[in-house]
Design a protein around this ligand. Structure first.
Ligand code: AMP
Ligand code: ZN
Ligand code: FE
Ligand code: FE
Length: 289
């Protein structure tokens, strides 16, 4: 990304908020309770749990953060597919006992299983004897994802790390890549709006044409966009902050934490999200109630 932008992200009390994390209920390696404990250990003030396609980890995280002084925001990251780029949407202030949303998400989670089966078949034809049985064991009760398959590949000695497994096999256009079923990001945004949640565009760089995507998602109810993303440098964040301001979107962020040692820049709290961000998100939520 290029070009100077006058608008710089606010720098108050950075590092104490993380609004993008995963637990063992999807493809993270910490349970929701362990995640909350880690957030406390790192003196974070606000965290959100945003597992892929499931609300199942939220009650445990809510329970674990009760009376700890840590504010917990219930969230979710529904799967979408809009072509060759990855567009992910996060939803905040979801209600973990929402039966309609739970049913819609379980459909997406079921598609994850079918996709994983196809990826495993691909890997087998490439001579990597990964089994679906082992992938399911690694996933446990979590919604299955490529990081689980990556761990199965590592066990067999065909990759050294999760990133390595993505670079070699699982990433977009790598030989083991299978696209997700079509699930438009605007449908995700509409689903979250209908559930009374706040939809936010995750890691905008992976969406390719950011402005084009905002043109599609803002009219259907997008309220924010990740600016403070663990892997983004200061220049990128500044540029994204300018785009968010122009579109009147709340500049949110998080590390996209998947457990210790997952990937560089992805440690809990590493995204240095200002406290003002969670405040603005909360105010926006209260406004819509
Ligand atoms: P899936 O939901 O099955 O498509 O898998 C996507 C997950 O894999 C996301 O949560 C990412 O954080 C993770 N992921 C994507 N690309 C990479 C990469 N290059 N290295 C490590 N993890 C990745
Ligand atoms: Zn994930
Ligand atoms: Fe994502
Ligand atoms: Fe994520």
């Amino acid at each position: 990304m290029t070009g100077a932008n006058p608008s710089t992200p606010p720098s108050d009390a950075t590092g104490s908020v993380d609004l993008h994390t995963h637990s063992t209920y999807s493809d993270g390696t910490l349970t929701p309770s362990a995640l909350v404990a880690e957030a406390k250990r790192r003196s974070l003030r606000v965290i959100a749990l945003t597992d892929h396609d499931t609300l199942a980890g939220l009650p445990e995280a809510e329970q674990a953060s009760r009376d700890t002084g840590l504010k917990f925001i219930p969230g979710v990251e529904p799967s979408t597919n809009s072509g060759s780029f990855e567009t992910h949407v996060l939803g905040y202030y979801v209600n973990s006992s929402d039966v309609v949303l739970t049913a819609q998400l379980s459909e997406l989670a079921a598609q994850r299983v079918t996709r994983a089966e196809r990826i495993v078949e691909r890997l087998n034809t490439l001579g990597i004897p990964v089994t679906m049985e082992r992938v399911r064991e690694i996933a446990g009760t979590g919604s299955i994802g490529r990081p689980h398959i990556a761990r199965a590949i590592i066990e067999l000695g065909h990759a050294e790390s999760v990133s390595d497994a993505f670079d070699l096999f699982l990433g977009t256009s790598r030989p083991g890549f299978v696209p997700r079923e079509r699930a438009l990001p605007e449908d995700s945004v509409r689903m979250l709006v209908a559930a009374g949640a706040l939809p936010v565009l995750a890691h905008p760089l992976s969406t390719g044409d950011i402005e084009g995507m905002l043109n599609r998602l803002v009219p259907v109810g997008l309220v924010g966009m990740e600016v403070y993303y663990g892997e983004y440098d200061v220049a990128t964040r500044n540029e994204l902050a300018g785009i968010a301001a122009r579109w009147n979107l709340i500049p949110t962020g998080g590390s996209d934490y998947h457990g210790p040692g997952f990937k560089e820049g992805r440690e809990l709290g590493a995204a240095a999200v200002p406290v003002s961000v969670s405040r603005r998100l909360h105010e926006r939520f209260e406004l819509g109630r």
